[in-house]
Ligand binder design. Structure first.
Ligand code: KG4
Ligand code: ZN
Length: 343
């Protein structure tokens, strides 16, 4: 059994995976409400909260899986990229658990983790129950079951927007990335301009359902190659809100949200198609928090999406990635460090 731990941003998560990749438990404790009043994640607050939550969350994951540490034979943990203080909490916990049990430790890159969410089957747990309520709302049925490479992977989260060519499980090549904001970041910043809560992606998704996506003509930057750019879009929304004035902007909030969302979705879906053309591959798979977006799911009807429960940060995806990474044998991992930026 693999115990996975994830603390790269503002979710404290632990999961237990069977050796053949079945999710036995996946516990995610989100700190979103704690950070909401600041409009974004405050690193020091995140680290402190991880410290309080990591042990109970690991304990809960083991309990829900009906197992104990004695049955775990590998510990997987996110090493980076992310907030270093936050990462260090999970990394230290994972080292301690692995060391105490004389187990190997598997350091996992968070982005490889998102890709590996595609190799998980969906499972019913607390988090996926709320996610399926979302899927009912969006009327986008989930396509379950592991996705097999080769495929083009669109990874769109709060911290990253990448196009990858995935040739086999555990191996990928970068095709493009964002030159400025990540797609999730664009959603979050747009939501803030519209006076919505944090994190903003799901809020915009909800509000946009009642708006006209063609009401405002927001620009979709076309940068060379397979890269993305979202910072101009955010500025366009800022000007649109300012030009409308407070009352009209409030009245037309749903149209603004729908049009803004459409521009992000067009950029993501358009680039995913470009990547198919460039690589000659026939399938797109979408992962990361933004993969929950109902308009993106509708714009890419033939794509495979990570199960909703495993789009936003979770530890099941980290344990899944550990099945395709090299474990560090006991006890040679004690001096392992976290890293902040993508390698
Ligand atoms: O993957 P994730 O949990 O964290 C990172 O690794 O960054 O992604 C979080 C991002 C946030 O920016 C959030 O606003 C966005 O995913 N997100 C969404 C939706 N749900 C979450 N964006 C658009 N539509 C959604 N339904
Ligand atoms: Zn993530």
């Amino acid at each position: 059994m693999i115990l996975g731990i994830e603390t790269s941003c503002d979710e404290t998560a632990a999961a237990v995976l069977s050796g053949d990749g079945k999710v036995l438990s996946s516990v995610v404790s989100s700190q979103a409400t704690l950070h909401a009043r600041y409009g974004g994640v405050v690193p020091e607050i995140a680290s402190r909260r991880h410290l309080e939550l990591v042990s109970p969350v690991v304990r809960q994951a083991l309990d829900e899986a009906g197992t104990s540490l004695a049955a775990v034979d590998r510990v997987a943990v996110t090493q980076g990229p992310g907030l270093v203080g936050a990462l260090l909490v999970g990394l230290s916990a994972a080292k301690a658990i692995a060391w105490a049990g004389r187990l190997p430790l598997v350091p996992v890159d968070h982005l490889d983790g998102h890709v590996a969410s595609l190799y998980l089957g969906a499972r019913v747990c607390a988090r996926s129950e709320s996610a399926s309520a979302d899927s009912d709302r969006a009327k986008t049925p989930e396509r379950h079951g592991p996705v097999e490479p080769p495929f083009v992977c669109l990874l769109a989260s709060g911290g990253h927007t990448l196009l990858l060519e995935v040739s086999e499980r555990g191996s990928s090549k970068r095709l493009g990335t964002t030159l400025d904001d990540a797609a999730g970041e664009a959603f979050d910043k747009g939501a803030r301009l519209l006076g919505l809560g944090y994190p903003g992606g799901a809020e915009i998704d909800r509000l946009a359902a009642g708006g006209d996506p063609t009401a405002f003509d927001f620009p979709v930057a076309r940068v060379p190659g397979l890269d993305f750019s979202f910072s101009g879009l955010k500025t366009a929304l800022l000007y649109a809100v300012r030009d409308l004035g407070e009352d009209d902007a409030e009245r037309r909030k749903a149209d603004l949200a729908a049009s803004y969302q459409r521009a992000i979705v067009l950029a993501l879906a358009g680039r995913a198609h470009d990547a198919l053309e460039r690589t000659g591959l026939s399938r797109v798979a979408v992962v990361g928090g933004v993969a929950s977006n109902s308009a993106l799911r509708a714009a890419l009807p033939d794509a495979s999406f990570a199960p909703l429960a495993y789009c936003t940060d979770n530890a099941a995806m980290i344990a899944s990635a550990a099945r395709y990474a090299e474990p560090l044998p006991y006890p040679g991992y004690l001096d392992l460090d976290a890293y902040a930026s993508a390698v």
